[in-house]
Design a binder for this molecule. Structure first.
Ligand SMILES: [Zn+2]
Length: 467
């Protein structure tokens, strides 16, 4: 397994901190407005990384936070005339809904800043005790960058550059322009929390140092986020965590490239962000998912509607094939032909692509290659064998990359057993002419997103489209 680390700027062999376990911290969203396309890329990337490690047999611990208190949320709450909590709740739900539509598995922990203020205060106090931070008379606390010898090595910036690189906070009390806020005092009409330095709220960077170590320990395997977070967010986080724990927090920093439009960064603040919800209403979420995976994660993805539509057509061919082969039996004959050999070893190549710095573009190419091999098998008169492999291989690809639309996704065995039990209960009720119960079962299933179809071979349960 070879993975590129942004800190050492090298692709190198990766060994997890604890054998058999993978720990991941990814910077989450600040819920102050609707999610846009830029949020989907890291989410889908980390979802695939997680599924890949699970398939490789690891136990994965994944933490992704919500920055649910921030200047942007405060401003938004004032605009909308609602509370800061209501703004954060509204857009956290909106983000989570979009992620569900993209089949992104939820993180194991999704901590919020507002639920971590006490540990944040303890962390800051300890940094002050160690001489790494200082409080000002105005009630702000700053990190002392000059006390952090390795500062700048993640972003490649020198502390002397910071004068131009950082938006200088309007505090006369800062010892050095590069020092950054750990705690900001709140005005009387702003939300705030009590602290040893007066009422205020945490700075942006400190939350991630605290929540990552609180849930994963001082050291963990991967720290993820967009390349735009390297400076100042991750540089500052690295400095804080090292100052507190004495060790570098992440063994590997993984940064995804940004989504651009005509090579300009797509972002809400630039006004060219594409609303994720609107996009998901227009295109299939799974087509968007594969489109996001079609470019290596470290490269920028220049969004184009035409390219997205091309990918939609491509992935539909895989779905069509799955529809044709989903009832195929296991392949029973072993053939010596090249297409058959390739179908047998498909999953090895799929995982090998991901072993190489999570090369999802190559993994997708393997799927299309596999579809061509199935066609060759059909043409050479071995459709049954080819279809058996096609079913197995598409499901294996789906397990790691998530390519099938929800209704086509096979249910778990437990699921099937439960549905079968409900169906036989309904059949029994109908035989006993207890139509009230029979109808009630139909309604309950319908509310859960299932429809009962009566076919000549008996009733069956199908998922409603796009539940
Ligand atoms: Zn962060």
């Amino acid at each position: 397994m070879m993975i590129y680390d942004s800190l050492t700027r090298q692709k190198r062999p990766f060994e997890p901190l604890v054998p058999g376990h993978i720990s991941i911290y990814v910077c989450g969203v600040t819920p102050y407005a609707e999610s846009h396309l830029g949020h989907a890329r890291p989410a889908v990337l980390w979802d695939v990384i997680k599924r890949y490690f699970i398939r490789r047999g690891y136990i994965v611990h994944h933490v992704q936070n919500f920055t649910d208190i921030d200047d942007k949320i405060v401003a938004r709450a004032q605009d909308l005339g609602i509370s800061v909590t209501d703004v954060a709740e509204r857009y956290m739900k909106e983000y989570t809904d979009a992620m569900n539509r993209l089949r992104v598995l939820p993180p194991d922990y999704a901590p919020r800043v507002t639920e971590n203020v006490t540990p944040i205060n303890q962390f800051i106090e300890e940094l002050i005790n160690k001489g790494k931070a200082y409080a000002t008379s105005a009630g702000d606390v700053y990190f002392r960058v000059g006390q952090s010898p390795g500062y700048g090595r993640l972003s490649g910036r020198q502390v002397e550059d910071q004068r131009v690189g950082v938006r200088i906070e309007s505090s006369e009390d800062k010892e050095h322009p590069a020092d950054f806020a750990l705690w900001k005092s709140s005005g009387a009409d702003e939300p705030g929390f009590p602290s040893p330095w007066g009422r205020g709220r945490p700075g942006w960077h400190i939350e991630c140092s605290v929540m990552a170590s609180r849930y994963l320990g001082p050291q963990f395997d991967f720290h993820g986020g967009g390349i735009d977070l390297i400076f100042p967010h991750h540089e500052n986080e690295l400095a804080q965590s090292e100052a507190y724990w004495g060790v570098s927090p992440a063994r590997c920093w993984v940064h995804n490239g940004l989504i651009t439009q005509g090579s300009i960064k797509m972002s809400k603040s630039l006004g060219n962000g594409i609303s994720l919800r609107e996009l998901l209403d227009r295109v299939s979420p799974m087509a968007l998912r594969t489109y996001l995976l079609s470019v290596h994660y470290r490269s920028p993805l220049d969004f184009s509607q035409d390219a997205l539509e091309d990918w939609s057509r491509g992935i539909v061919r895989v779905w069509d094939m799955y529809e044709r082969v989903k009832d195929a039996g296991s392949p029973s004959e072993r053939l010596d032909q090249p297409w058959a050999k390739r179908l047998e070893s498909f999953e090895e190549r799929l995982l090998a692509a991901l072993d190489d710095d999570f090369n999802t573009a190559r993994a997708l190419a393997e799927i299309y290659e596999m579809v061509r091999d199935v066609h060759q098998g059909e043409a050479s008169g071995h459709a049954e064998t080819a279809h058996g492999w096609a079913r197995i291989n598409i499901l294996k690809a789906d397990q790691v990359l998530g390519i099938l639309p929800w209704p086509a996704t096979p249910r778990s065995l437990e699921h099937d057993k439960l549905l079968a039990a409900l169906l036989s209960w309904r059949q029994e009720a109908r035989l006993e002419k207890d139509f009230k119960i029979a109808d009630r079962i139909r309604v309950v299933l319908s509310q859960a997103g299932w429809t009962i179809e009566d076919t000549p071979r008996g009733p069956r349960v199908v998922a409603k489209e796009d539940v």
